[in-house]
Design a protein around this ligand. Sequence first.
Ligand SMILES: *Cc1c(COP(=O)(O)O)cnc(C)c1O
Length: 275
Amino acid sequence: MLVDSLGATVEYVDATDVDAVDAAVTGETALVWIETPTNPLLRLCDLAAVGEIATAVDATYVVDNTFATPYFQRPLERGADIVVHSTTKYLNGHSDSMGGAVLTDDHSLADAVKHTQSYVLGGTLGPFDSYLTLRGLRTFPLRMDRHETNAGELARYLDGHLSVAHVNYPGLQHHPQHHLAREQMDGFGGIVSFELDATAAETRAVLEALDVFTLAVSLGGTESLVDHPATMSASYLTDTEREAAGISDSLVRLAVGVEHVDDLLTDLDQALENL
Ligand SMILES: *Cc1c(COP(=O)(O)O)cnc(C)c1O
């Protein structure tokens, strides 16, 4: 439990566990905010089940849909009041503009968000970033299909690799929530994470040996990126927090791009030979 800078009391719960959400939500809860699939372990939250819990206490239900995108998942159809996106990622799709979007099908909520954005906080996107995002959107469905087929192929390849201990991808049959993924998503997205049978230093060496994948934190662009959560995107967590979140030193996250899949497979193959 913590109190944020606006004076709101915030409680973090594992939202992949519907019972944990149910136990945390009370009549005092004003807002329930989830992200699915989660970063970086690609676990799922049950959109409709969490929505029912939020709605029962009249809390506003917000879903960060950045990973799945509207191409693969539409939370408003499953009870969300508000959907948020980092347009920096797949929607713009070219790693050259930063922005965000807040979407709702409730007109009074839309007015309230717009008022806060325009008159209170003033965070509006500049004209050139707006242009880049709209231009990127023209190829959005084409890119998403390619991100997904590439990610699926890489996930299956890694799943069969002797140096790989475990692969996290909702499209794999052995993903613990594969059935939920099939139910609430139209596709499994372009992010894959996996654990190597390796130390932190060996893991880092594999990542540095990659040539087509760039070692960088973002995702959603046409070019493939690789992230080492323990030392990069999740390095702000303490060791204990990281362990509790299931982020080991040998965990790797791929943001699979739209390159030819053979170039990606060949690159992974040569880098993994270092183990
Ligand atoms: C990157 C990201 C954000 C933050 O977006 P920025 O555009 O980088 O500010 C929020 N949520 C998710 C799921 C993200 O991947």
